[in-house]
Every structure is written in C-alpha cells, then in structure tokens.
Design a protein around this ligand. Sequence first.
Ligand code: CP
Length: 304
Amino acid sequence: VDHLLGIKYLNKNDIDLIFETANHFKEVINRPIKKVPSLRDITIANLFFENSTRTKLSFEIAEKRLSADILNFSAGQSSVKKGETLIDTVNNILSMKVDIVVMRHANVGAGVFLSKHVDAKIINAGDGTHEHPTQALLDSYSIKEKLGTVKGKKVLIVGDVLHSRVALSNIFALQLQGAQVKVCGPTTLIPKYITSLGVEVETNLKKALDWCDVANVLRVQHERMDIKYFPSTREYTQLFGINQQILDSLDKKIVIMHPGPINRGVEITSDVADSKQSIILNQVENGVAIRMAVIYLLAQQIKR
Ligand code: CP
C-alpha cells in the first residue's frame, strides 16, 4: 500500500509484516541506545487539526527513534485560523521537502482526500468518526502480546461505538486476523450498519462480558455527542460502566483495554483501569513500536 489511510485498505499479510517489524523495533527501543539511523534522510510533518496526547507524542517519539527530521503542526496555532485551506496548508509544508505526512483531522476521509492532492505518503492519525488505523494495529498487537494470538479470540468493544474511529478500525483489524467481535452499548450509540460488518450487538453488559476474552472500553465522546443519542452520564455508567463488581461476577479474568483518554468513573472505574487486568499502558508502549514500523515500511517506498 502507498499510504496508511485505514485498516480497510490492508490485508492480513500487511498486518503480519507490520507486527514483525514492530517486534524488531520494540526490541530496539528497550536497548540503552534507543535510536537507529534508518530514516536519517526522511522528513515527516505531524499535522494535528484535532487535539491529541498519545497519538501525537507517540508518532513524534517514533520518528525521533528512527532519526527522521520532524515538523510539528497544531491547527490551533497556525494560519488555518486565518482561513488557509487544508491543501494550501499541506502544499506549503511540502514545499519544505517533506516526505511523509501524519494527519489527524475532524473530517471523515480527510486522509484519502489529501492522498489524492499532494505528493507525499499519508498516515491517517484519526479522521473524524471513521478510522484510526495505528490505534487498531497497536490494540491487536497488544492482544497478541498478552494472549499469544488474536485468531479465535472473542473481543468485545464496549460503549460509544457511534462516534468511535477506534471501533471501526479495530473491527476491520480483528476480523482480518480471525477474531470474533461483538459490540455492547446503548442502542442510540451503536450505528445501524454495524451488523452488516458481521459484528453482533449485545445490549446486556453482563452477557457481553461473560462471552468475551478481551473488553476494549471506548471513551464516551462528549465533544461529538448530540443529546438525542445519549442517556444521562449516570445512566450510562450504571448500565455500561466497567467496574470491579461486574468483573468479579465473571467466572474468568478478561483483559481490559482502553484507547485513552479515559473518562474515569464514567465508562470505566479507576480501580479497573489501574488493575492487573488492564493493559492500557502496554497499549501506549506498543504504539511507539507500531508507529516506527508503519513509518519505516512506508519510507522504504520513497525514492532517495
Ligand atoms: N488514543 C488516542 O488517539 O489518544 P489521543 O487522542 O490522545 O491521541
């Protein structure tokens, strides 16, 4: 593939190659000297039109570990505020001889649009409610690391699926690797098309948790929420919040994941998020190796 625009453009072999490459980089970044010279002649622009902590910093450290030159751009402090268009913004940045653009944008399809209009490799760091491919890759990689394989595992995605780019990318990635996927949440926060993807819907949280090996808990996206979709926060937490009591009622220990940022006490309690069952910070750690792998593999296609 020429870009990383979404998991829907990848196949199982692509994911295997990314994971093998990430295994190598995970070993590298645990050495005393964490840096390799692989991308010394590559320049990468990180364009964030929406807020981010993990993804932005994870790409930045991944690029630094690969010795790339980097430009960081946050829309809020830029001439976008004066009305400059996306294509003008990116073409001006590319005039500075940039090879790879990492972009987060509020609009669905922003990465695909950019890939058709500019001459650079594009990595989608989240486009609206659509896809967040590197998050799904690091999530599957973390499941594989914890459980040995993704194939055959039962993965539950819990919560605000409607507004989640993490959910869609995870569904595509997990299915490519042979996992079973269910979603659980209020019916108003489950998109109608979800069953057409071969994903079952379970609205009873206890039943859903009884079924799964892994629960990936989504953030309630208050900033994208329309009041008509949302039960009150208190109702949401009562019906769909993951707490220790409900986990203790299961006859097994499931793996708990969350892409972050967490609304502590809303979709997950602090004791669960910080428990031994949680691999939330392992996900973040693995994100660096996954992003190094994605950048490294795309950079191999650039003529130097
Ligand atoms: N998981 C994730 O995308 O977090 P950020 O929004 O902080 O990048």
